[in-house]
Ligand binder design. Structure first.
Ligand code: GAL
Length: 376
């Protein structure tokens, strides 16, 4: 399947880990529709690790769902998810066991792809634990990709090898639609900051067809659930979401959307932020700082309809005055042009500016704009 925009949805892992069930998935599907998340673009509901029994069925060799968690089987869950207008995602692993020690797909790729197709699956996250040492990782992703491409259903392959083996260099050629490039996120500022910074040079390897996945969002988790750590302030969550949007990362919510709070809901459905993330040109931003300070980066993304997105992102621990000469983005004073800004967070007109932009940005916070080039 050709993935032309960063996939958007929800994944069970960050909050629920093994505490997943038929009921919880149905409630999540209901919430995604009722709270307007589907309408905002969040269409995949993905069940991560821990959904199956510990062993394959001895007769059929198939992976089978844990009947305590999913007493009606996976097809029933998938049918319910589809009945809500959502798409259904599942999880397996390139190795012999999954990371949480359930059966992996190594050596069973074609059988498992057929099983996922029977379930009515639309998305498969494919992990990297327990890979036999001598097995070639790129070949394992090619294998599952070919298995999915011949299983009779359109299934998006979401690779998850945490950035190992220079994955950005070869993953696109396998047919995957997105690829995890980092280790696991936890619910803290330091975690998302370091994940983002580790990929700063790799966002050029993210484009329509295959997007760099910097992990499921922790936005709105409020320090509850499986990857709880120190938690984040509202400003920090906003920074996280702004970075994911700006860098065209897949937007997979990880909070419990059944109980999502108003601040989080407003943030993750902000139409300007989503427009920036989903822009059809899918271009990577460039760094526009004059002094190369990556902790206080100014990023500019060229978008369709001659618009630009501009992010002033202060990941430092102190407030910063952030200065962007328009010359740095290719608009010198001699051009006679200015930038007319819309504040992405408030939706308000933020004026027309020539020569430079300058903002004081508090520690861990951001300012973000959509800009049009106009006559000065
Ligand atoms: C990790 C993966 C996580 C989650 C977990 C499940 O390898 O990075 O996102 O899927 O396995 O066990």
């Amino acid at each position: 399947m050709f993935v032309n925009k960063p996939p958007m949805g929800f994944n069970t892992w960050n909050t629920f880990a093994e505490n997943i069930s038929d009921e919880m998935i149905r409630e999540t599907a209901d919430a995604m529709v009722e709270k307007g998340l589907l309408a905002a673009g969040y269409q995949y509901l993905v069940i991560d690790d821990c959904w199956s029994k510990r062993q394959r069925d001895p007769e059929t060799d198939k992976i089978v769902p844990d009947e305590k968690k999913f007493p009606h089987g996976m097809k029933a869950v998938s049918d319910y998810v589809h009945s809500k207008g959502l798409k259904f995602g599942m999880y397996s692993c390139a190795g012999v066991r999954t990371c949480a020690d359930y059966p992996g797909s190594f050596g069973h790729e074609y059988l498992d792809a057929a099983t996922f197709a029977e379930y009515g699956c639309d998305f498969l996250k494919y992990d990297y634990c327990y890979k036999p040492k001598d097995a070639d990782g790129a070949l394992l992703y090619r294998k599952i990709s070919m298995a999915l491409r011949s299983c009779g259903r359109d299934i998006l392959l979401s690779a998850c090898n945490w950035g190992c083996d220079d994955v950005h260099k070869w993953i696109r050629s396998t047919g995957a639609g997105m690829y995890r490039s980092t280790g696991d996120i936890t619910d803290s500022f330091v975690s998302f900051r370091d994940i983002f910074l580790s990929q700063l040079d790799n966002f050029v390897y993210s484009a329509p067809g295959c997007f760099n996945d910097i992990d499921m969002l922790t936005v709105g988790m409020r320090n509850r659930g499986n990857v709880a750590a120190s938690g984040c302030t509202d400003e920090e969550y906003r920074t996280e979401f702004a970075l994911w949007c700006m860098f065209s990362a897949p937007l997979m919510l990880g909070c419990d959307v059944r109980n999502i709070d108003d601040v989080t809901l407003k943030l993750v459905t902000n139409p300007h932020l989503i427009r920036i993330n989903q822009d059809e040109e899918g271009r990577p931003p460039f760094v526009a700082n004059c002094c190369g300070d990556t902790k206080a980066g100014i990023y500019v993304k060229v978008m369709s309809d001659n618009e630009l997105a501009i992010l002033f992102c202060n990941l430092a621990d102190d407030d910063r005055r952030m200065w962007l000469p328009l010359e740095n983005i290719g608009i010198p004073v001699s051009s006679g042009k200015a930038l007319r800004l819309t504040d992405v967070y408030t939706g308000e007109d933020a004026g027309a500016h020539k020569e430079y932009l300058m903002y004081r940005v508090p520690a861990h916070d951001t300012r973000m704009f959509i800009a049009k080039i106009v006559n000065a």
